[in-house]
Design a binder for this molecule. Structure first.
Ligand code: SAH
Length: 341
């Protein structure tokens, strides 16, 4: 049985018209129940004829995931939701309550094939892509629990651009005006740099934001961090700049700052040189410095606060927009890079 949450509006319309011989307005009614009212029992879709509800129930289910645990951070209220898939795999999504908005961080794959050496998700061997319904369900389960979600980050387990079709389908669902009606600028896809799919994403023209996990200006250094990716830094950044121009968005550069590995002055100066060489207009970049989050068994450390601030200061003094990303939920292993099995 398939889940209604993995079905696009067009597919639903086709089914409603050509399989059930129902009116096309049923499509909007179903989308509203699921995504606006967050009603997950088909039987309670009360403005649909009873017979039609029964047929829908025979063909579709809604949830496919079991909620295994829910852990809330004592530091900042960040909550990690751990789910189990129908075929027995665990993965997590994270809810981050911010002052002005509710943010969720979603996973796109079980395990990750890229294997960045500082990332806990990279230690989980790649198993499979999450289906569109599994991606969408993460958001809906959290929304049902905490209320309206304003912002989505595809920064959980996995490499979103290696699960391209399911990613795009779920983003389109999040944007439906008769459903969650999310704002396109409040959805961010983070990628390690799957170049062809960055161009493909630009052509979709969805207007969502892109973040690139860069971590170094130097290919040899980056190869040490990011194991299984064949694209060069230059190719990745050129694709990212193309994306930003095409969609009129800023390109976020994520830089995990690790003590003595990529936190020296030569590293930040190298980054500045490279970005200035690739784009005359440096206001298209937004640099997010992510101080390394502790992971057991990995021999890396976060730099001192002084060094982190200095890295940022040099960027700012050179005209760049730069921020230090605060960890969310580090006590429950929910911060960047900490999500594992
Ligand atoms: N695969 C995608 C999506 C993951 S996003 C990507 O690489 O962009 C998760 C972010 O957390 C990435 O920027 C990743 O590099 C970063 N990260 C991984 N391990 C980390 C750690 N130990 N501390 C801080 N950030 C980390």
């Amino acid at each position: 049985m398939i889940s209604l949450l993995g079905i696009s509006k067009e597919e639903l319309k086709d089914i409603v018209l050509n399989e059930f011989y129902e009116k096309s307005c049923r499509v909007t009614q179903i989308l509203k129940w699921l995504y606006e009212k967050k009603e997950f029992e088909i039987d309670k879709f009360t403005d649909l004829p009873k017979k039609f509800r029964e047929t829908l129930q025979q063909k579709f289910k809604i949830f496919t995931l079991d909620l295994v645990s829910k852990e809330k951070s004592n530091i900042d209220g960040t909550t990690k939701y751990s789910f189990k898939t129908y075929d027995g795999y665990n993965f997590s999504a994270v809810y981050i309550p911010k002052l002005s908005r509710n943010v969720v961080c979603l996973s796109t794959q079980i395990g990750c094939s890229i294997k960045c050496i500082f990332c806990n998700s990279g230690r989980v061997d790649f198993v499979r892509n999450l289906d569109c319904c599994e991606i969408t369900e993460q958001l809906l389960r959290i929304a049902k629990d905490v209320g309206k979600i304003d912002s989505v980050l595809f920064m959980g387990m996995g490499e979103p651009l290696l699960n391209y079709e399911n990613l795009i389908k779920s983003i389109k669902i999040f944007l439906y005006p008769e459903g969650l009606s999310m704002s396109k600028r409040k959805i961010t896809v983070s990628t390690v740099g799957v170049v062809p799919n960055i161009y493909k994403l630009a052509e979709e023209n969805l207007g969502i934001k892109l973040a690139i996990s860069l971590h170094s200006y130097d290919d040899n250094k980056r190869k040490k961090f990011v194991k299984n990716l064949k694209f060069s830094i230059k190719d990745i950044l050129e694709a990212g700049i193309f994306y930003a121009k095409r969609t009129k968005t800023k390109l976020t550069i994520e830089y995990v700052l690790i003590k003595d590995e990529n936190d020296k002055e030569e590293d930040v100066l190298g980054l500045i040189r490279l970005l200035k060489k690739l784009s005359k207009d440096i206001s298209i970049f937004k640099i997010n410095i992510i101080p390394y989050n502790f992971i057991e068994g990995i021999e890396f450390f976060s730099p001192t606060e002084e060094r982190i601030n200095n890295f940022k200061k040099i960027l700012i003094n050179n005209g760049f927009l730069a921020f230090i990303r605060k960890p969310h939920g580090s006590d429950i292993k929910a911060a960047c890079g900490q999500i594992g099995f």
